[in-house]
Design a protein around this ligand. Structure first.
Ligand SMILES: Cc1cc2nc3c(=O)[nH]c(=O)nc-3n(C[C@H](O)[C@H](O)[C@H](O)COP(=O)(O)OP(=O)(O)OC[C@H]3O[C@@H](n4cnc5c(N)ncnc54)[C@H](O)[C@@H]3O)c2cc1C
Length: 491
């Protein structure tokens, strides 16, 4: 039976075709200095969009329905899990299922699959009790932040909206407050129905391939009130220009040669705002600098996503390492077994952090089941510190095979193909089968795309020094100190 035509419960889901159509909306996008009429006119962006569209279609299949959809308690409709707000541990595990699904689908190469952007709105909704004392610092425009966040999550859920999230400002002279403040998003004009903002957001990953952008500034002490703004607007809003970085994947390549690269990519854009209108109902903070203290809380579900995705990726590393030792016949060499152990240790440790964050999860004042932030931060720190080493170990296990790859055309060439087939077979596999595995690991660890992904892992959700600072600032050491004082009779 065609799974797309089976009888569905009433739903608010989008098909892949509907998702693709929603991106053809006149957005202003430049790639390699050239303006595109449609985002799908760039092959790498188009292939990445196809991959995301397949995730929407998977919602309608028996195999992925549970991981990707959930019954909405309020409307009774089947909705995408991306916008689920967990109230129980079971529902939190439901969100994890979705993260694991999108991470496997992209082999972890998309840090911003369709279920990541919504985590920002969900994260704010989860901490609405902290917003109750905030009101607009602009008398001209007085949005109701709490109502707006609730309405936005409902809108996202009922319309299966995808969104980019961009908090960081463009990289410039970090020693100069003037340089930094020049690129902040700022309210230029406030009116009863909304505000006009100008400025820029850097590295809006996936922005050109989504419906909306969720923005804020990373506030610092003394952030001017006009730069303390959180909100979301459609990516095709008048005044938004998207300037893309160069593409790094291999769209159109033979899947044998580039098993990952042919699937395209999520690209990163500089997002320039010139007098962009933000309607009053799309504003979640206006002028409250102290709301920045909530930033760490608002990103809770985004960071849970990052940790879970890295855990899934570590499963891929284990599988690659095992397959490499099988095809090379190296599995019994003590030094190779020791490398294998390092990769397994990485994977088991990441799984332990994910599980611990869930075991320690608690319901907060807003009634939302929140995973343990300290376990998530420590796990993320461990994951990114060891990521380059684990990649290096996996590469080492592959030996020359990772470089000496010749491509499908060479294997099929009548003059050289027979030589390759005779000279290159592995243990129980043909030379082509061995090369296909190496091609996959090349795309995963060595290609230009892999380079971007490795840099992304290192800084996308704040670099290690900031995470360390967060651990020291937020971890409650009091119970341990009290225990030690008791044990050692210290005052
Ligand atoms: C591929 C990619 C995709 C990304 N996608 C997104 C996205 O979708 N949304 C988003 O909001 N951001 C995104 N980011 C940006 C990311 O959040 C920033 O790179 C990160 O916050 C670091 O800021 P910066 O790059 O401006 O570093 P800079 O401020 O230029 O600093 C450079 C380095 O100096 C050190 N440093 C600077 N300031 C401090 C400090 N206060 N404490 C300790 N160390 C410090 C850090 O090591 C830092 O990496 C992405 C980045 C990359 C590379």
């Amino acid at each position: 039976m065609n799974t797309m035509t089976k009888i569905m419960p009433e739903h608010a889901l989008r098909t892949g075709a509907e998702f693709k159509a929603s991106l053809d909306d006149g957005r202003q996008l430049w790639v390699n200095g050239k303006k595109l009429d449609k985002v799908t006119h760039d092959p790498a962006l188009a292939a990445g969009i196809d991959l995301m569209a397949s995730m929407f279609d998977d919602q309608f299949t028996d195999e992925y329905a549970e991981a990707t959809t959930v019954l909405d308690k309020k409307s009774g409709l089947l909705t995408g899990r991306s916008w689920q707000v967990p109230e129980t541990k079971e529902e939190l595990l439901g969100r994890r299922m979705m993260i694991e699904y999108t991470s496997r689908k992209t082999v972890g190469t998309f840090g911003r699959p369709p279920d990541l952007g919504p985590t920002l709105a969900v994260g704010i909704l989860a901490h609405l009790h902290l917003f109750k004392d905030f009101s607009s610092a602009f008398p001209e425009c007085r949005p109701d932040f709490i109502e707006n966040v609730e309405r936005y999550v409902e809108f996202g859920r009922m319309n299966s909206i995808t969104c980019a999230e961009s908090l960081t400002g463009p990289q410039n002279d970090r020693s100069s407050p003037l340089a930094q403040s020049a690129s902040l998003l700022r309210v230029k004009r406030a009116e009863k129905d909304g505000v006009y903002i100008s400025g820029a957001k850097s590295v809006g990953s996936v922005a050109a391939q989504t419906n909306e952008i969720f923005f804020s500034n990373l506030a610092y002490p003394g952030t001017p009130k006009e730069a303390a703004i959180w909100g979301a607007v459609p990516i095709n809003s008048e005044g938004i220009k998207l300037v893309s970085r160069e593409m790094l994947s291999n769209p159109g390549a033979d899947p044998f040669d580039h098993p990952l690269g042919y699937k395209g990519e999520e690209a990163d854009q500089l997002v320039i705002f010139s007098d962009v209108f933000v309607p009053r109902e799309r504003i979640f903070n206006l002028g409250n600098e102290h709301v920045s203290a909530i930033s760490g809380k608002a990103t809770l579900f985004a960071h849970y996503h990052v940790l879970t995705r890295l855990k899934v990726k570590s499963e891929v590393f284990v599988a690659c390492a095992k397959m490499v030792t099988d095809v090379l016949g190296t599995g019994q060499i003590p030094g190779v077994r020791s490398m294998m152990a390092e990769i397994i240790e990485y994977n088991r440790t990441l799984e332990a952090f994910v599980l611990a964050s869930e075991v320690n999860a608690t319901v907060n004042e807003s009634g939302v089941m929140c995973p343990d932030v300290m376990m998530i931060t420590t796990g993320r720190l461990y994951a990114i510190r060891n990521y380059p080493h684990i990649i290096h170990v996996l590469q080492e296990m592959c030996g020359q095979g990772l470089v000496m790859r010749f491509g499908k055309a060479a294997f099929n060439n009548p003059d050289i193909g027979p030589h390759l087939k005779e000279l290159l077979p592995g243990k129980g596999v043909s030379g082509m089968q061995k090369e296909q595995l190496m091609n996959f690991i090349w795309d995963l660890t060595c290609s230009s795309l892999a380079g971007r992904v490795a840099l992304f892992e290192n800084v996308n959700a704040s670099p290690a020094p900031r995470m360390r600072e967060r651990l020291v600032a937020e971890f409650d050491t009091d119970p341990m100190v009290a225990e030690l004082k008791k044990i050692a009779a210290l005052d």
